[in-house]
Design a protein around this ligand. Structure first.
Ligand code: NAP
Length: 499
């Protein structure tokens, strides 16, 4: 299976100015799949020299107007064509994503790929709706605003939703007239490469979209590059801080989608069935390698025991397996490194005095022995200072804790440096809205979890990031506002502003 896909993979090189090219250094790196830890592709490994070439291509495409000076309608049609090509090749993209990242094929085929196509479709339509305003200024003046592309955008993406997060950045950036250099995670570059191939097929002009492969070095070089106007970064909070520092010297625009430690709060009046199902999906979707993971489940004390019992029962029934198998619920973690990291948290939980009710190790199935599988793991009685209660684990590990009142739930929920998402389960409309108002997070889900759409803004409070992706809010991140003043008076203004 793996060998087959490696052979089918047509390009493992950088895409610069419409051409697939080797690294300046000639270096390559293996891409390893996580179910057996076998190499599945050999791709170029870039450095600052490759970044220079890609930025130069994007800069020229922007400055010469090859992309930004097309009409908005023309740009929209190219982006729409790309959406249609994603739909045409949906099966291949889903297989590639699951093979490379480890997420179950049911997720990549029903969620990642359709949402990526939808995002390109949404912003294709938006291209022609980007408008300025006229402003009622005093005097004989006409004042209006223009919304213009920011320029050359560097997009840096993490390993967990490679295709979808590339779409969240590329779709608005391109639709609004920017040119882009994207650098995917070195662990999961394959669907980004396929996406770039489709962009070429869609006819998007050379230089409008460039891909540089590699790790930290080209990432940092992109962030610091003087000819990049904006960085859109999704990744960990620790690297996000480095991005801010790297961009400071040239004062680039920076938007950041960072980590989370989301509370998922269950009140006693909620439907227990729904809350258990939502909490399971909330934390074990994509093996818990998701920024929104509801990894702190807070349950009102009256229903705490029954909730925990049902949750553990259902978690025990989740099927770990090959990511390409349609019956798999939980796949392997992306890499050995991630496996070790998550197991480190589990050990720290056990030795730190928390009570582990489920999981905590590898599955016993010998067929899964070579992969980076971690059993869904449930902790209760967790001292609040423990790392598992405070830090982003990015694996299938959940902490369940009781609370008495809404005020107490809010105190626990907001007691974190993160503020990406939160969930509330209740049948009381007042409680629902009060929690939605007072939770310090960029998204609050009520009686649901992990719903993301192209139409609604996504982003974080506090150390979960800056800016919002998707919906009309993407305008703020991917356009500049210019004001234009036109003197309508017969004579020009004098020194004191008098005609
Ligand atoms: P990461 O380690 O922060 O890496 C993200 C990307 O940045 C990778 O392409 C990485 O390449 C690159 N990079 C590393 N150091 C860099 C530097 N100094 N300058 C520029 N780029 C650099 O994150 P990850 O482990 O791939 O992904 C997991 C994290 O992403 C989690 O914290 C998760 O919460 C977050 N995330 C957030 C959202 C959101 O929307 N808020 C969505 C998904 C994921 P290398 O891998 O080679 O270092």
């Amino acid at each position: 299976m793996s060998a087959q896909v490696a052979v089918q993979l047509r390009q493992g090189r950088h895409l610069i100015d419409g051409r697939w090219v080797e690294s300046v250094s000639g270096r390559t790196a293996n891409v390893v799949e996580p179910a057996h830890n076998q190499p599945i592709a050999e791709v170029a490994a870039g450095d600052a020299g490759d970044v220079d070439r890609a930025v130069a291509a994007a800069r020229t495409a922007f400055d010469e107007g090859r992309w930004p000076r097309l009409s908005a309608g023309q740009r929209g049609r190219y982006v729409l064509r790309l959406a249609a090509l994603i739909e045409r090749d949906a099966e291949e993209l889903a297989r590639l994503e699951s093979l490379n990242n480890g997420k179950p094929i049911r997720e990549s085929s029903r969620i990642d790929v359709p949402l990526a196509a939808d995002c390109f479709e949404y912003f294709a339509g938006y291209a022609t709706k980007v408008a300025g305003e006229t402003l009622p200024v005093p005097g004989e003046m006409l004042a209006y605003t223009l919304r213009q592309p920011v320029g050359v955008v560097a997009a840096i993406t993490p390993f967990n939703f490679p295709l979808l997060l590339a779409a969240w950045k590329l779709a608005p950036a391109l639709a609004f007239g920017n040119t882009v250099v994207i650098k995917p995670s070195p662990e999961t570059p394959l669907t980004t490469l396929k996406l770039a191939e489709l962009a070429l097929e869609a006819g998007i002009p050379a230089g409008a979209l460039n891909v540089v492969l590699g790790g930290t070095e080209p990432g940092a070089a992109l962030v610091a590059h003087p000819h990049v106007d904006k960085v859109t970064f999704t990744g960990s909070t620790a690297v996000g801080k480095q991005v801010v520092m790297g961009a400071a010297d040239s004062l680039k625009r920076v938007s950041l989608e960072l980590g989370g430690k989301a509370p998922n709060i269950v009140f006693a009046d909620a439907s227990l069935e729904d809350a258990v199902a939502g909490a399971l999906f909330g934390v074990f979707w994509t093996q818990g390698e998701i920024c929104t993971a509801g990894s702190r489940v807070l349950v009102q004390e009256q229903v705490f025991d029954s909730f925990v019992q049902k949750f553990v029962e259902r978690a025990r029934g989740l099927r770990l397996g090959d990511p390409l198998d349609l019956s798999t619920d939980v796949g392997p973690l992306v890499s050995r490194r991630q496996f070790e990291r998550v197991m480190g948290y589990v050990e720290a939980g056990k030795t730190g005095g928390a009570r582990m009710l489920l999981g905590g190790g590898r599955p016993s199935d010998p067929a899964l022995a070579d992969g980076n599988y971690v059993l869904p793991t449930v902790f209760v009685d967790v001292p609040s200072e423990l790392a598992i209660a405070r830090e982003e684990i990015f694996g299938p590990v959940v902490v369940i804790q009781p609370f008495k009142t809404a005020d107490e739930a809010l105190r626990i929920a907001n007691n974190t440096d993160y503020g990406l998402t939160a969930g509330v389960w209740t049948s009381n409309i007042k409680v629902a809205h009060r929690m939605a108002r007072d939770l310090r997070a960029g998204t609050v889900w009520v009686n649901t979890y992990n719903v993301v759409t192209s139409e609604a803004p996504f982003g974080g409070f506090k150390q979960s990031g800056w800016g919002r992706e998707n919906g009309p809010y993407a305008l703020h991140d991917f356009t500049e506002v210019k004001q234009v003043y036109v003197n309508l008076a017969e004579r020009s203004l004098d020194w004191y502003g008098e005609p």
